[in-house]
Design a protein around this ligand. Structure first.
Ligand code: KE4
Length: 436
């Protein structure tokens, strides 16, 4: 494939934008090579500046579950634009959106709109702290809740640790209030709670992890956290920015039948426009200003254009549950093809999959937490990514990211993906054999 224009644009971007991108993972640093610059997208396809077409399996990191440029969402946005762009005042659409979210997400009784998943997660823990009067939070190694200071805390070694800042600029003071435990390790969470009696405001978790690659909760783990939160008066927060409206119309909490106290949302909720939200029990959400004392605000929160796109998306998903069967079937077709290619080449890599989320880990270990995810061969993953890109399949440019499948894939697209995986995993097998 020719990437001349993308390379030129990247050199230009590097002069004006840190790392040439507006979000780090887009820079392809984890997989080598330079990013391709996307000019347009339609349905299952991205088109780059050099005219190359890619079949999409990341879908803007989740939002485009119906594929790109969905006509129904486009129409809603075009219609909304006729009434101008932003008022900074209450609108009918925000009420309709809030009512729709509360009707779709089982545990959400009240909801506040923000502009990103990061804002949603930052706000949710502030509210949990304000509601409980406690300072500390528990997060899990490998889970990502946006770039808020409290979340950029690397897990120290061992199961129970006081966090250390993961990024310059995050103070030790902030890190001291973030405790971390391995995913799927209920005992480690109990130890943290016992070591910090009456100090933990919230446990925040990705109910299915996308940010260390796709990792599923083991039987009883999420339920065990619910019990611990009830016992110790801790706010249980499901970060459903990825899983919300993706694993079912009510997200992971509907799929698993678990009720968190608060939920954070993003991605699909905006239909591709910048929208985040956090919500939960009335008694907790009524702590939020101006109803309560916990301050949170935003100039463009509830923006009418974004609300129109989000409403079109959520209404469609609410009225077409068959979407979830379709994306799960598309996902199984892809992973079945990968399993066939792995077997044909004597590779026993690990696939984690649920609904329309999946990851191929370049390790022969089961992947149930961040430590096991990190046994993956990221160099080999980089080769796989680049070879798939050259064959017109656009994957997440990192081993530690889930893929997100849309309804837009055709039979021909699924066959193309299967063929590309067959060819590339054969190349990977040769590389593995050469090393051995
Ligand atoms: P945003 O601020 O990026 O809208 O959302 C933050 C966030 C919160 N919670 C979860 C579970 C998330 O996955 C995210 C964002 N996901 C990343 C992908 N791993 C967005 C892609 C990026 O950072 O460019």
């Amino acid at each position: 494939m020719n990437h001349t224009i993308s390379h030129e644009l990247f050199q230009q971007a590097l002069q004006y934008i840190p790392g040439g991108v507006n979000s780090p993972v887009r820079a392809f640093r984890a997989v080598g090579g330079n990013p391709v610059f996307i000019k347009s997208a339609k349905g299952a396809y991205l088109f780059d500046e050099d005219g190359n077409r890619y079949i999409e399996l990341i879908n803007s990191w989740g939002p485009m579950i119906l594929g790109h440029a969905n006509p129904m969402i486009q129409e809603a946005v075009i219609k909304a634009v006729e009434s101008s762009f932003s008022f900074g005042a209450p609108t009918r659409r925000e009420v309709e959106m809030a009512e729709l979210i509360c009707s779709m997400v089982p545990s959400v009784e009240k909801v506040r709109m923000v502009n990103s998943g990061t804002e949603a997660c930052m706000s949710a823990i502030r509210v949990a702290r304000g509601y409980t009067g406690r300072n500390k939070i528990i997060k899990f190694e490998g889970c990502y809740h946006g770039h808020g200071d409290s979340f950029l805390i690397a897990a120290g070694s061992g199961a129970v640790t006081m966090g250390a800042p993961d990024s310059p600029g995050v103070t030790q003071g902030v890190a001291n209030d973030t405790l971390t435990a391995p995913y799927n390790d209920l005992a480690a969470v109990e130890s943290l709670i016992d070591a910090n009696p009456n100090q933990i405001a919230a446990i925040i978790i990705e109910p299915v992890v996308g940010n260390m690659g796709c990792v599923l909760p083991q039987k009883g783990f999420l339920e065990g956290l619910r019990t611990l939160c009830d016992k110790h008066g801790i706010v249980y927060i499901f970060d459903e920015v990825m899983t919300g409206f993706r694993l079912s119309k009510g997200g992971a909490q509907e799929l698993f039948g678990i009720r968190p106290d608060m939920t954070t949302m993003g991605k699909i909720i905006g239909g591709g426009l910048p929208v985040g939200a956090y919500g939960g029990k009335k008694e907790i959400m009524d702590c939020v200003s101006p109803a309560g004392k916990v301050y949170q605000a935003g100039t463009l929160s509830g923006n009418p254009i974004a609300m129109s796109a989000g409403m079109a998306m959520l209404n469609y998903l609410n009225e077409h549950p068959e979407v979830y069967t379709q994306v799960a079937q598309n996902t199984s077709r892809i992973t079945d093809g990968i399993r066939k290619a792995l077997a044909a080449n004597g590779l026993n890599f690990t696939i984690n999959e649920i609904g329309s989320m999946y990851s191929l880990f370049f390790t022969d270990k089961p992947v149930t937490d961040f430590e096991s995810a990190k046994t993956s061969d990221t160099q080999l993953f980089g080769k796989y990514f680049r070879e798939m890109l050259e064959r017109g399949v656009y994957l997440a440019p990192s081993q530690y990211e889930s893929l997100f499948v849309s309804t837009a894939l055709s039979e021909a697209d699924l066959q193309h993906i299967e063929q590309a995986n067959a060819e590339v995993l054969a190349l990977v097998a040769k590389e593995v054999a050469n090393v051995e």
